[in-house]
Design a protein around this ligand. Structure first.
Ligand code: CA
Ligand code: CA
Length: 78
């Protein structure tokens, strides 16, 4: 087996829209998802679930907001 072909599935916690960055657009992505999940599906549910409780709700959006404002050092350890 060629190890170079092994894909590591990494999850960037907080990156709800899956663009590789954690910023205000991810807070917006979660708010939109909570408003209408059929119109605004999350690109990465696991990344959006910042407290790892199995659901994505306003707590996760607040966590990202606090993280961006320096009030939260980080999210749970994967
Ligand atoms: Ca993002
Ligand atoms: Ca959550």
């Amino acid at each position: 087996m060629n190890s170079s072909l092994v894909k590591i599935d990494t999850v960037l916690v907080g990156d709800a829209n899956g663009d590789g960055f954690v910023n205000n657009s991810d807070v917006t992505a979660i708010y939109n998802y909570l408003t209408d999940s059929t119109v605004y599906p999350l690109n990465s549910f696991r990344s959006a679930d910042t407290n790892n409780d199995g659901i994505v709700d306003f707590t996760d959006a607040v966590n990202i907001y606090n993280y961006l404002n320096g009030q939260l050092a980080g999210f749970y350890d994967l």
